[in-house]
Design a binder for this molecule. Sequence first.
Ligand SMILES: CC(C)(COP(=O)(O)OP(=O)(O)OC[C@H]1O[C@@H](n2cnc3c(N)ncnc32)[C@H](O)[C@@H]1OP(=O)(O)O)[C@@H](O)C(=O)NCCC(=O)NCCS
Length: 148
Amino acid sequence: MKKLVVSDLAEDEIETVVSLWQECGLTRPWNNPYNDIAFARSNDNSAVLVARLEEGGPIVASTMVGHDGHRGWTYYLSVSPEHQSAGLGKAMMKAVEDWHLAKGIWKSQLMVRTGNEKVISFYESLGYNISATQLLERWIDPSKRGDS
Ligand SMILES: CC(C)(COP(=O)(O)OP(=O)(O)OC[C@H]1O[C@@H](n2cnc3c(N)ncnc32)[C@H](O)[C@@H]1OP(=O)(O)O)[C@@H](O)C(=O)NCCC(=O)NCCS
């Protein structure tokens, strides 16, 4: 397993991480990443993690983790394009699972947008299965409505 130095996102790293998420095609107009980051950092049930190849080096991967007291969730998993396919995504998911376990959460879940099929193969290679459950959703504030 590739070794990463993983830490909680610091205030002065926010711009770098938003750029990484944008570079990886993960941001959507209806999800303001700055709001997501601020919310994730505002409570103990969620966090934004960043990873480096060595202490003090540049950020090469990131993700947002959280739990609802029942299941663990992962969002914005991103590896900088020049470092992809070198085992960093796998190592980052290990960090995510360690974070969940440390919170007493035994099941890790995530959503992949329809059309992002190749990413499903990545998660399957890590032991994730397509869930037998269906996700239902409703925009309870329609003014915030996005495509998904
Ligand atoms: C998806 C992503 C995080 C994967 O990270 P990565 O560092 O490139 O992947 P890794 O090198 O750690 O791959 C881990 C394993 O998955 C496999 N894998 C990676 N991409 C794959 C793909 N597209 N299809 C099949 N298998 C894949 C690798 O072969 C590897 O298996 P191995 O350990 O048996 O060799 C990265 O490509 C990325 O940031 N993509 C853009 C953002 C994105 O789509 N994020 C997911 C949002 S749901």
